[in-house]
Write a protein that binds this ligand. Structure first.
Ligand SMILES: O=C(O)CCC(=O)C(=O)O
Ligand SMILES: [Fe+2]
Length: 256
């Protein structure tokens, strides 16, 4: 059944379809963000343990010997309030309105992009093998910190989602594939959200500012295509487990 359009006017749904993304300023107010920031801090402070949330690290681009927390994934089972935010808040309703039907969570992560943290080469999220599980996804970016050009905010190429899969699976987009694209940086304040299509080409620059650029990314698919979160994480664990669960002499490569 079609959900009622409670959050988005038709003009915004049309805009999402045309451009491949929709910016919602102030989706969460200051009070709500105080809570959400606290939960992010709690997750950030979680100790390294095996068999729970997944913590990933990267080398600092500023000081090579420094190891920076780059990402935490698969944490919703371990944090009740965050779990409700991810599965029951207006973000799910809005994604459902954009899909025209009920959405279900596919994956959740926080990208920390600490000072010295790297950017992301141009890609379509679908290139990360998501086609194995469902045909279409929408990701919500929720800005925890301010994001801007200096600290590596998200940049998107509006309209190019309409071409479907442009690049190869498991490879970033090539120079040739992006040669006609115009990438637009979308600066955000805490509480702003960007809803984006799994085919929209996007990228971001490293963070050479003095403060972290934390962003919560929540990806959903249509419930009628199934709930694939468990299977996705089981499969991902085999190729790209969290740092603490890696074998000593094996090389793990981040692909897309
Ligand atoms: O956090 C960013 O700057 C972009 C992240 C991204 O595109 C991804 O993780 O797929
Ligand atoms: Fe991405």
């Amino acid at each position: 059944m079609m959900p009622e359009h409670t959050y988005l006017p038709t003009t915004e749904i049309d805009q999402f379809k045309q451009e491949g993304f929709l910016l919602k300023k102030n989706l969460f107010n200051k009070l709500e963000m105080d809570n959400i920031k606290k939960w992010v801090q709690e997750i950030e402070a979680y100790p390294e343990v095996i068999g729970k949330y997944w913590r990933y690290y990267e080398k600092s681009l500023i000081e090579e010997k420094n190891r920076l927390l780059s990402r935490i994934e698969n944490f919703s089972p371990d944090h009740q309030e965050m779990n409700s935010l991810i599965n029951k808040s207006k973000m799910v309703t809005i994604v459902s309105e954009l899909l025209g039907e009920q959405a279900v969570l596919f994956k959740e992560k926080i990208n920390f992009k600490m000072p010295g943290g790297n950017g992301f080469t141009p890609h379509q999220d679908m290139q990360a093998g998501w086609n194995t599980y469902a045909n279409f996804y929408i990701t919500v970016l929720l800005s925890i910190d301010e994001s801007n050009v200096e600290n590596g905010c998200l940049e998107v190429a509006p309209g190019y989602h309409n071409l479907g899969l442009i690049g190869e699976m498991w490879k970033p987009l090539t120079e040739n594939e992006i040669k006609d694209m115009k990438f637009i940086p979308i600066a955000t304040q805490p509480g702003d959200a960007i809803f984006f299509d799994c085919y929209i080409p996007h990228r971001s620059q490293p963070n050479f500012s003095n403060s972290p650029r934390r962003i919560l990314y929540l990806t959903y698919n249509r419930l009628n295509e199934g709930n694939h979160r468990e299977q996705y994480y089981t499969d991902k664990y085999k190729n790209y487990p969290p740092d603490i669960e890696r074998e000593a002499n094996k090389e793990y490569v981040f692909k897309v």
